[in-house]
Design a protein around this ligand. Structure first.
Ligand code: PRP
Ligand code: URA
Length: 209
């Protein structure tokens, strides 16, 4: 699985354990996902380019490192992607934000798209796609396909939990798109849920079960 970076920082793992607990309620679930997303953003942006910029401190002029292009665009896969989006925007406040509405058909597990809105200059941006769950990879594969059709070239995918089956399927469809995740879990069950997992991320975020 060479397309995957597992963010195994102890704070991420500890907070993820709290999210997995079945008794954790939406307010705490949302807070934990937001906190983890800041830590994931730190990893996914680790190799961004810097250039020396002339500035003046109160004491002296200096050449100080500043970020130089490409400008980022965060793309949230609705609904659950919004849970990762907010914390990432705290670290990347200048980022543009796109939204892709996709849900899994519960019978076929196929991805169904219902909304798509991204900035018109997506081809020039570093695109970071957020969705906490990479299960069969039907949703993520369709989302990235759609983004490429819209012109995106430089894409990274950030999730919280991935299934090995999903990582393989996504890697086969989009070998150019690196995945960042907090963990690769054991397997998918017969209904396409990640095991041990954390259940339905959207329902647990927004209390819709
Ligand atoms: C969840 C999750 C992913 C998708 C992952 O969304 O947020 O988008 O399932 O599953 P896959 O890898 O098998 O495609 P869901 O379909 O439950 O939609 P929701 O966010 O609107 O609840
Ligand atoms: N979507 C979820 O929200 N959870 C899973 O385990 C699989 C897909």
């Amino acid at each position: 699985m060479k397309n995957v970076t597992v963010v195994d920082h102890p704070l991420v793992q500890h907070k993820l354990t709290a999210m997995r607990r079945k008794e954790t309620q939406p307010p705490e679930f949302r807070r934990l996902l937001r906190e983890i997303s800041v830590l994931l953003a730190y990893e996914v942006t680790r190799d961004l380019k810097l250039a020396a910029t002339p500035i003046e401190t109160p004491l002296t002029p200096m050449q100080a490192p500043s970020l130089v292009g490409p400008r980022p665009c965060l793309v949230s896969i609705l609904r659950a992607g919004n849970g990762l989006l907010e914390g990432m925007l705290e670290l990347l406040p200048e980022a543009a934000v796109g939204h892709i509405g996709i849900y899994r058909d519960h019978e076929t597990l196929e991805a169904v798209e219902y909304y798509f809105k991204v900035p018109s200059d997506i081809a020039q941006r570093l695109v970071i796609v957020t969705d906490p769950m990479l299960a069969t990879a039907n949703s993520s594969t369709a989302a990235v396909e759609r983004l490429k059709k819209a012109g995106a070239k430089d894409i990274r995918y950030v999730c919280l939990l991935a299934a090995p089956e999903g990582v393989r399927a996504f890697g086969a469809a989009h070998p150019d798109v690196p995945i960042f995740t907090a963990v690769v879990d054991e397997k998918l069950n017969e209904r396409g849920y990640i095991v041990p997992g954390l259940g339905d991320a959207g329902d647990r975020l927004y209390g819709t079960k």
